[in-house]
Design a protein around this ligand. Structure first.
Ligand code: GRF
Length: 193
């Protein structure tokens, strides 16, 4: 894949709801010469998302949308994305489910990171469920977003060993550390194909 300079990079939006540690790792990655993406806008459904601090630190445009009226909000978001020439969306701890209509508008251009080895443990509380089921391994997955929750084509995964002494919090921490490597790797993979 050819090296991309700042202006040629694929304009990307990151959607968050919480801490934004994956957002931070994506921003750092986007600044590398080898990154095919630039991060041009950060969206959140929650004005209190801790991750919004990174908009300030890295001087990236931020937009907060109220998802109570989902369909009209999504229309506003689509306008905003169009205005900013966004070509890729990375969901990173975004806790709202996007409508089929929205997904169709960005068909094949929305990625998500999930803290389990999909197709196992779709949805919430993945670490608790993996430990309760006495799994030996868990991990994380980057996949395409489709209308069916956590079910789109898998791009890349990382496996994490579960130790007997692991609590859900400990496992979450171990998996998050791998997530921060996985998301950039998955992006490199799809754009170097
Ligand atoms: C991550 O575990 C991600 O896999 C899941 O939500 C969490 C977000 O963490 N979808 P952060 O906000 O990126 O720190």
């Amino acid at each position: 894949m050819a090296q991309l300079n700042g202006s040629k990079k694929i304009k990307t939006a990151v959607f968050i709801s919480g801490t934004g540690s994956n957002l931070k790792s994506l921003i750092k990655f986007s600044k590398l010469k080898k990154s095919p993406i630039s991060i041009d806008i950060i969206l959140s459904n929650n004005s209190k998302s801790k991750g919004l601090i990174f908009c300030k630190i890295y001087k990236i445009k931020k937009k907060v949308f109220n998802f109570n009226k989902k369909l009209s909000t999504e229309k506003k978001i689509l306008n905003e994305l169009k205005k900013n020439k966004i070509k890729l969306i990375c969901l990173a701890g975004f806790m709202k489910i996007l409508s089929n209509q929205f997904i169709k508008n960005f068909n094949g251009k929305i990625l998500n990171i999930h803290p389990s080895l999909l197709p196992k443990y779709k949805g919430l509380n993945t670490h608790e469920r993996a430990i309760d089921n006495k799994e030996k391994y868990s991990g994380c997955t980057v996949h395409y977003v489709t209308a069916k929750l956590d079910s789109g084509k898998i791009i890349k995964q990382k496996i994490v060993k579960i130790n007997k002494s692991d609590t859900p919090q400990l496992l979450k921490k171990k998996i998050l550390a791998q997530e921060h490597k996985l998301y950039p790797e998955a992006i490199l993979k799809i754009f170097s194909l």
